[in-house]
Each structure stands twice: as structure tokens, then as C-alpha cells.
Design a protein around this ligand. Structure first.
Ligand SMILES: [Fe+2]
Length: 478
């Protein structure tokens, strides 16, 4: 016979075992927290005499060359560069052969001061009327200092245009940043969707701030001169530094990194939209006003109304601060924007929202909190109309990784890992896209998280039937 205390103890043990079993069952669909720990390089910026920051040879040679989309439709680019010694020419010579640069475009030049630092001469040149799906060669600078580059224009806007985007956030200029960039450049990505926090120059003081913007421009050139980087601004672009007399937000960023905001009827370079191949990409600014009735709120409402999923089925949003984040770092910083915009993301069936800011990787299931208008695990529900939220703030900057995740992993979180890397989104047609997150993994590119993204517009049953009918008609006509 068991004594009373022994019986109580047995019941307690059974009850405990049942509790553990029930809690295991309820998290049966919970996500993965990867335990991978990489032996990272130290999170320090590469020294200025590193080869990646080399100043091109020749007097006043153009440096920090980068391009971005220059219009709404993908038939223009903005070419930007810096000449260090004097203004030089604003001309871009370009053409479809690297032997004859038959066309020219004239740009503008600007400069700015930051504390006692004087920037070089920053050139921006709009190159328009380009043909789709064409390789263009371009030349800037003059005489012995001239430099040549090339880029490929996207296919024309078409619902079935295939296209591969890279996604990079919070890059900085450390050896880990270099590893991320090198891996991305081997990925076959055609355009970078950049999620904010470029240079981390604001981690420096006085004249070094400007110098680290220059070094970052030379570092990123190896990719950004050859394919568009679609820019969005992060907190490290704000540079509110009153102790140095610098209080104008985004001063360095806005002078150096132009965006085609006027083409999407935006009133600010910090929020805008582009259409490229089969995607409609919306860039938001987490560090500008966005509450109801502000310019950004009005603009987004109008822009979402302009999205035509019959032409650009893929609706992608970029912002710096994640709405869903289960990392200890920056926890709930996205709530204010969530309360204003999340219901629109669901209403307009956004496919995916990419964010940075948190220096780790995380992917959510399709979830929403719109019925409660606040975040928090118990308010968040599975929602087939909602976007997938992906945080890719793991470019490799000097602040290091955000390694502490909330425990237990919330049910909305599908996969999370604190490693450096980048993502790619390979759109195949109007219904499917392949998504990969690639961890740097000590020098090798390793595909770590992947899934097939089903389009939120064409995935619906009646449109699937309509599509089948359309394909059958094309086959019959053939
Ligand atoms: Fe950030």
C-alpha cells in the first residue's frame, strides 16, 4: 500500500507529465529555433586600408558608383557617383555595346558638409527611355580616369515575368558584411531590395562619419554599380547628432542615395514604390510620420489602390522595423506601424513584408492581429489573407548578432536563427516564387530556410480557374 504522501507525489508526477504532453501537442505546429552557432568574425569594421575600400586610380576618378531604378516601370536608372577633387562632368555615356557608347545623359552635382567633413562631388544622372531586357554599358568620368560598368534592364511588366530579387538588410562594413555581399553576388540575384541601415557611419564621430559613408560607397560598388539597389532608410540613416551641430535627419543618406519617389507620386524620397517585372514593390519609412492623415499614410492608401495584380501579381513591402519579431532585440518596436498599416496589408493581400533592424533571421507564418489591433501572442491568429513577415537584418554590421530569442518561440514564428546571411526571392510566374535564406556559414553560402511562396492574388480558387481557362485558350489557339 502506498502512503498518502506517496500517492500525492504520484498524482503530481502524472499531472506534470500530462501538462508537458499537452503543451507539446499545442506547439505541434510551432516553428524552429535553429541552434546553429557560427564562429563569427569579430564585429568590427574593416580597416580603411583594406582593398575593398580602395580608391580608384586616376585624378578625380569616379568612385562609390551605384544605380537604382529611375522610374515607376523599370525603363530608367539613376546612376550616382562621387568625384573627390572637383565637380568634373555630370555626363553618363551609355549604349548597348561596350565599344560605342552612343547615347549620353546629363545629371546634376551636389555636395554637403557634416560637422567639418566636406563631401566629394555627388553626381546623380537619370538615364531613361531604356529598352527592356537589354544589357547596357555605361561610362563615367573622363580621360584616363574614366570608368566603365554595365547593367541589365528588367523584362517588361508582365504577370508571368520571372525575376530574382536579393534581400539584404543592416549591412555595415565588417568582414561579415563582405561575406554577405560576396555570397549574394554568387546568387544570381538581379536586383537588391535593401532593408535599411547601410553604412553604420553614425557609429563614428565628427569627420569619420562622412569618411565611413565614403568607404561604404566604395565597398558596395562591386554590386551596386552593376544592378539596382532599391533603397529604404533605417535608424542608422537618421544621424541626429546635436553635439556635432548636425540635426537634419537623413542628411547624408538623402544626398547620396536617390530614389525615384516622384514617379510614384510620393512627396518624400523616404517612401515610394516601383514596379519591376511581375512585382509591385512598396518602400515605407519607419522613421517618418505615418499615423492617420500624414503624407505617408495618404500616399500608401493611394498607392495600394494603384496596384494592379493582373499586371504585377507580386505585392512586396519593404520597411526597416519588423512588425512580427520574437527576438529580445527591438521587441515590439514595430507595433505603432502595425496598428496603422497591418489591416491594409491583409485587405490588399500583400504577399510578403521584408524588414531588417533586428540582427538575426526570422520568418513568420501567415498571421494577423488586426481584429485586436495590438500584437502579442494570444492576439495573433493564423490568417490566410495576411502576408508572410520576414526579418533579414543579418547583413553583418559592427553591432553584432541579436542572439537572444524569446522563449518559448511564439506560434506565429516559423523559423528563426541568429546568423549572418541574405535572402533571395525567385519569382517564377504569377502563381509561384521560390524563397531562400542563405546563411554565410563561415565562408560558404548555405541555404538554410526555404519555401515556395504562393501568390496571394492568383492563388485564390476562382482566379486559378480563370487562369486555367486562359492557358487552355492559348494552347487551343496554338
Ligand atoms: Fe536598425
Amino acid at each position: 500500500m502506498l502512503g498518502n504522501s506517496k500517492l500525492e507525489c504520484l498524482f503530481l508526477r502524472i499531472a506534470l507529465a500530462l501538462c508537458i504532453l499537452i503543451s507539446c501537442l499545442s506547439f505541434g505546429n510551432a516553428g524552429i529555433t535553429s541552434t546553429f552557432i557560427r564562429s563569427e568574425w569579430p564585429s568590427i569594421d574593416m580597416p580603411l586600408d583594406n582593398d575593398v575600400f580602395a580608391i580608384p586610380k586616376g585624378h578625380n576618378a569616379p568612385q562609390q558608383v551605384h544605380i537604382t531604378q529611375g522610374d515607376y516601370e523599370g525603363k530608367a536608372v539613376i546612376v550616382s557617383w562621387v568625384t573627390p577633387d572637383d565637380p568634373g562632368h555630370n555626363t553618363v555615356h551609355y549604349g548597348t555595346s561596350d565599344e560605342s557608347y552612343e547615347f549620353t545623359a546629363e545629371g546634376t552635382v551636389t555636395n554637403y558638409t557634416f560637422y567639418k567633413y566636406k563631401s566629394g562631388y555627388i553626381h546623380h544622372c537619370h538615364v531613361g527611355d531604356l529598352k527592356y531586357n537589354t544589357k547596357y554599358y555605361y561610362k563615367i568620368g573622363s580621360g584616363d580616369s574614366a570608368r566603365k560598368f554595365w547593367f541589365q534592364t528588367p523584362p517588361k511588366i508582365d504577370p508571368d515575368a520571372s525575376y530574382k530579387f536579393g534581400i539584404i538588410g543592416d549591412l555595415g562594413q565588417t568582414f561579415n558584411s563582405l561575406s554577405t555581399l560576396q555570397h549574394y553576388m554568387k546568387s544570381g540575384g538581379q536586383t537588391v531590395l535593401f532593408l535599411g541601415d547601410l553604412s553604420y557611419a553614425d557609429r563614428y564621430q565628427f569627420n569619420d562619419v562622412g569618411l565611413r559613408w565614403d568607404s561604404w560607397g566604395r565597398f558596395a560598388e562591386k554590386s551596386a554599380a552593376y544592378q539596382p539597389w532599391i533603397w529604404s532608410a533605417g535608424n542608422h540613416e537618421i544621424e541626429y547628432m546635436p553635439y556635432m551641430g548636425e540635426v537634419e535627419p537623413f542628411k547624408s543618406y538623402i544626398h547620396r542615395y536617390l530614389t525615384p519617389y516622384l514617379a510614384s507620386k510620393s512627396s518624400s524620397p523616404l517612401w515610394y514604390a516601383i514596379r519591376r517585372a511581375s512585382a509591385h514593390i512598396i518602400v515605407l519609412s519607419a522613421y517618418s510620420t505615418f499615423v492617420k492623415y500624414t503624407p505617408q499614410w495618404h500616399w500608401l492608401r493611394e498607392e495600394l489602390g494603384r496596384v494592379d495584380r493582373e499586371k504585377t501579381p507580386w505585392l512586396i513591402v519593404l520597411m526597416h522595423v519588423p512588425i512580427y519579431n520574437s527576438n529580445e532585440a527591438h521587441f515590439q518596436e514595430g507595433e505603432s506601424m502595425q496598428s496603422v498599416f497591418e489591416s491594409w496589408f491583409v485587405k490588399y493581400r500583400v504577399d510578403v513584408v521584408f524588414a531588417g533592424h533586428v540582427h538575426a533571421y526570422e520568418r513568420s507564418y501567415r498571421i494577423s492581429s488586426i481584429h485586436y489591433n495590438v500584437s502579442g501572442d494570444h492576439h495573433t491568429i493564423a490568417d490566410k489573407s495576411a502576408p508572410v513577415y520576414i526579418t533579414v537584418g543579418d547583413g553583418g554590421n559592427q553591432e553584432g548578432l541579436a542572439g537572444r530569442f524569446k522563449d518559448p518561440q511564439p506560434e506565429y514564428s516559423a523559423f528563426r536563427e541568429a546568423s549572418y546571411g541574405h535572402s533571395t526571392l525567385e519569382i517564377k510566374n504569377r502563381t509561384h516564387a521560390f524563397y531562400h535564406w542563405n546563411r554565410n556559414d563561415d565562408g560558404k553560402k548555405v541555404a538554410t530556410d526555404e519555401f515556395i511562396l504562393h501568390n496571394q492574388y492568383w492563388g485564390r480558387n476562382h482566379r486559378r480557374r480563370k487562369l486555367k481557362k486562359h492557358i487552355q485558350m492559348v494552347i487551343d489557339e496554338a
